[in-house]
Design a protein around this ligand. Structure first.
Ligand code: SF4
Length: 393
């Protein structure tokens, strides 16, 4: 009876696994009823299996919060600090190297650089820190730290520094195989007074789309995604996914789309905001999978704890970066699951967990062909024949 109802729901609205959703289908299914949800999930999961059968990947990483000073004030952010605030910190080169080396010993292959967007534009204190370190800007410092990690360790940098010009994408692409910027949303409404992106000039959707497009023009493997539950409508989510799909159709460089769910924290301006429900998260992931059947879709397990394995039912094929060493500085109260747990729960769903590099296997040859010697050498050493992380001997 249940199965019949699911089948009917699927037929009525013609979901066909493996066939990309139209924008109309996405708009219709993003608000499907609880009764229809199993049909949506089943199509999404089957679509994932056609794309990358049986395997779920993750990237074993260290998290390097190069600076938590930021010129934006997003309503949901616990990461950012003003200079002088408790916890405000810019890492020294020694600290970067110490964390990267410790990660290397634990089998990590990714050095994720996450940082506030150009804090020196707002804070003289950051300009002074950079001057003492010997760099003109945060991006110059980031570039040097990517170089340091590449030179001194086997880790591959993946920078996440906010908006980037064409020139900076080119410069960072010489010291990292991939990079990222969350689009978050295409809704301009969230810039209104009191909304999530009030006082966050770098969250103007057009600026973020511009950065992603520049990366596309340069064929840089790029990670982006949505932050859901921050005041956007369901149609906004579909529009954001469509914007990413359009860029990918044009340039083919979107290596991963992250569906990140807002989690409430007592210290943020949005502390009274409702979190998206589990069904809401699953629907959004499934829509992303069905809009982009051949793109890697990721959702962070720590933000759906303790039942994160349910996300596999919605068609993700990647758990994102998981660290055996450093906390999730963006969501410090939500620790990553232990890797043994992640493996057990993934296997319980009939899937195999594999470690990938920060750059996905299908983009590896593009990067290798143009990377400077140091970067291409590191990639050659890190990648196995299948383009995933080389397995320990
Ligand atoms: S989310 Fe990013 S851009 Fe926004 S305040 Fe936090 S660090 Fe800055």
């Amino acid at each position: 009876m249940e199965a019949t109802r699911e089948r009917r729901a699927a037929e009525d609205c013609s979901i066909e696994a493996g066939v990309a959703f139209s924008s109309e289908q996405a708009s219709r299914w993003i608000s499907c009823s609880d009764e229809e949800l199993p049909a949506l999930l089943s199509a999404a999961r089957e679509t994932k299996e056609r794309f990358k059968p049986q395997v779920i990947t993750y990237s074993r990483k260290v998290f390097l919060p190069l600076t938590n000073l930021c010129r934006d004030y997003c309503g949901y952010c616990t990461f950012r600090r003003d200079p002088g605030q408790p916890g405000a910190h810019t890492m020294s080169p020694d600290e970067v190297l110490q964390v990267a080396t410790a990660g290397e010993r634990l089998g990590c292959t990714e050095a994720l650089f996450s940082l506030g967007d150009k804090p020196e534009l707002l804070f003289p204190e950051m300009r002074e820190s950079l001057r003492r370190l010997g760099y003109k800007s945060t991006l110059h410092y980031l570039e040097a730290m990517c170089q340091l990690v590449l030179r001194e360790t086997s880790l591959l940098p993946h920078p996440n520094p906010g908006l980037l010009s064409a020139e900076w994408i080119q410069r960072l692409a010489a010291v990292s195989p991939s990079m990222g910027l969350m689009l978050e949303t295409t809704s301009k409404q969230l810039l209104a007074p009191g909304a999530a992106h009030d006082h966050a000039p770098d969250k103007l959707p057009a600026k973020r789309l511009h950065t992603i497009e520049e990366a596309g023009k340069q064929q840089v493997p790029f990670t982006t995604g949505l932050l859901i539950g921050i005041g956007e409508t369901l149609q906004d989510r579909v529009d954001t996914l469509l914007a990413i799909r359009e860029l990918h159709e044009r340039y083919g460089n979107i290596q991963e789309v992250i569906i990140q769910n807002f989690r409430v924290k007592p210290e943020i301006p949005m502390r009274d905001w409702p979190e998206p429900s589990r069904g809401d998260v699953l629907r959004t992931i499934a829509i992303a999978r069905l809009l982009m059947p051949d793109v890697n879709i990721q959702a962070p397990p720590n933000l759906s704890s303790p039942y994160y394995e349910d996300l596999l039912d919605a068609g993700i094929n990647d758990w994102g970066g998981v660290s055996p060493l450093t906390p999730d500085y963006i969501n410090p109260e939500k620790p990553w699951p232990h890797l043994e747990q992640l493996q057990m729960r993934t296997e319980a769903k009939g899937l195999v967990l594999r470690q990938r590099l920060p750059v996905y296997a299908e983009f590896l040859s593009t990067v290798m062909n143009r990377a400077p010697q140091l970067l291409s050498g590191r990639l050659r050493d890190a990648a196995g024949l299948d383009g995933l992380a080389r397995r320990a001997a």
